[in-house]
Design a protein around this ligand. Structure first.
Ligand SMILES: C[S@@+](CC[C@H](N)C(=O)[O-])C[C@H]1O[C@@H](n2cnc3c(N)ncnc32)[C@H](O)[C@@H]1O
Length: 262
C-alpha cells in the first residue's frame, strides 16, 4: 500500500482548495460514532481544562477540533509516524493552523513530566494495549491534580470469551494483537491507579445505528476510510458491526477524574 503521507501530500499541497477541518472527517475520526460521538464526549470537558493530550490521536481530528472550537492547546500522540506526519500536514493545509502539535510516542511511555495537562482524551486507542495498568498510571502522572480523563473505548461485553471476536478490526488484524477487557475489569485498574469514575455512558445502541448508516452512506472522496485504514477498511467495519450485533462488544464513554489536591 502507498504510504499515506505520499497519498495525502499531492491532495493538500499546493492548496488547490480551501480545506476545512470537517472535510477530513472520513479519515480523522477513526472511531465508532464519528464526529458526533466526539461532540458528545466533549460535553463533559470542563471549561477550565485547556491544556490537553490526545492519546492515540491517529490523524489528529479530535485535537484539531479541541484547538479550533474549544480554545485548547493540544498535543496529539501516536505510535504511527505516518499518521503523525499526515496529522501535521492536515493542520498545515488549513488557513488557520490550529494550536495543536503532534508527537510520535508510545502511550505506555509518555514523554511528559508530571502535571503537564489539564485533561487527557483517548478514543479507541487502548484496545491493543496489554498493560492497561501501566497506561492508566502514565496518564495519571501527566495529569494535574483534579485533571480529567475522557475515554471513548470499545470493551468486551460481560462474560464474553475474547476468542469469539471476529477479526480484522481497525485495532487488530487478529486476536494476538487485541487486548480487550470488560468495562468492569478496566475500571478496577483505573480505581487502583487512583482515578474516580465521574461519568459513564453505554453508547452501544447508538454505535450500532451509526455503523449501519455509515456502511450505507457513500464515503466522500478523497478522504475515505481506506485511505487511513487500507483496503481492508470495509472488512474491519463489517466485523465491528457483527461483533456488536452479536452482543460481543460494547462501546462506552467515560469521564474519570484525578482527585484534587488538598
Ligand atoms: C482506531 S485509531 C483511533 C485514532 C483516533 N483516536 C481517532 O479516534 O480518530 C487507534 C490509534 O491508536 C494508536 N495506538 C495504538 N497503540 C498505541 C500506543 N501504544 N501508543 C500510541 N498510539 C497507539 C494507533 O496507531 C492508532 O492511530
Amino acid at each position: 500500500m502507498t504510504p499515506m503521507y505520499s497519498t495525502l501530500q499531492p491532495l493538500l499541497l499546493p492548496k488547490s482548495k480551501q480545506w476545512q477541518a470537517q472535510d477530513f472527517a472520513g479519515i480523522d475520526q477513526l472511531h465508532v460514532g464519528g464526529i458526533e460521538s466526539t461532540h458528545e464526549l466533549l460535553t463533559w470537558l470542563s471549561s477550565t481544562s485547556k491544556r490537553g493530550l490526545d492519546i492515540g490521536c491517529g490523524l489528529g481530528g479530535t485535537s484539531r477540533y479541541l484547538a479550533l472550537h474549544k480554545g485548547c492547546s493540544m498535543t496529539g500522540l501516536d505510535l504511527n509516524d505516518d499518521y503523525i506526519r499526515c496529522a501535521t500536514l492536515l493542520n498545515q493545509s488549513l488557513d488557520t493552523v490550529p494550536d495543536c502539535h503532534f508527537v510520535v510516542a508510545n502511550s505506555l511511555h509518555l514523554p511528559f513530566t508530571s502535571d503537564s495537562f489539564d485533561f487527557v482524551i483517548s478514543q479507541h486507542a487502548s484496545m491493543n494495549i496489554d498493560d492497561k495498568f501501566a497506561l492508566l498510571e502514565g496518564i495519571f502522572k501527566v495529569l494535574n491534580d483534579g485533571g480529567q480523563l475522557l475515554l471513548h473505548e470499545v470493551m468486551l461485553q460481560p462474560n464474553i470469551n475474547p476468542n469469539c471476536i471476529d477479526y480484522p478490526t481497525p485495532w487488530a488484524s487478529n486476536i494476538s494483537e487485541s487486548h480487550l477487557l470488560e468495562w468492569s475489569q478496566f475500571v478496577d485498574k483505573a480505581i487502583a491507579v487512583g482515578f474516580a469514575v465521574t461519568q459513564l455512558e453505554d453508547n452501544t445502541a447508538s454505535a450500532l445505528n451509526w455503523i449501519r448508516e455509515a456502511r450505507k452512506a457513500k464515503p466522500k472522496p478523497p478522504f475515505t476510510p481506506p485511505l487511513a485504514l487500507g483496503p481492508g477498511a470495509g472488512a474491519m467495519s463489517a466485523n465491528v458491526l457483527a461483533n456488536i450485533e452479536h452482543g460481543r462488544l460494547q462501546v462506552v464513554s467515560a469521564l474519570l477524574s484525578k482527585p484534587p489536591a488538598f
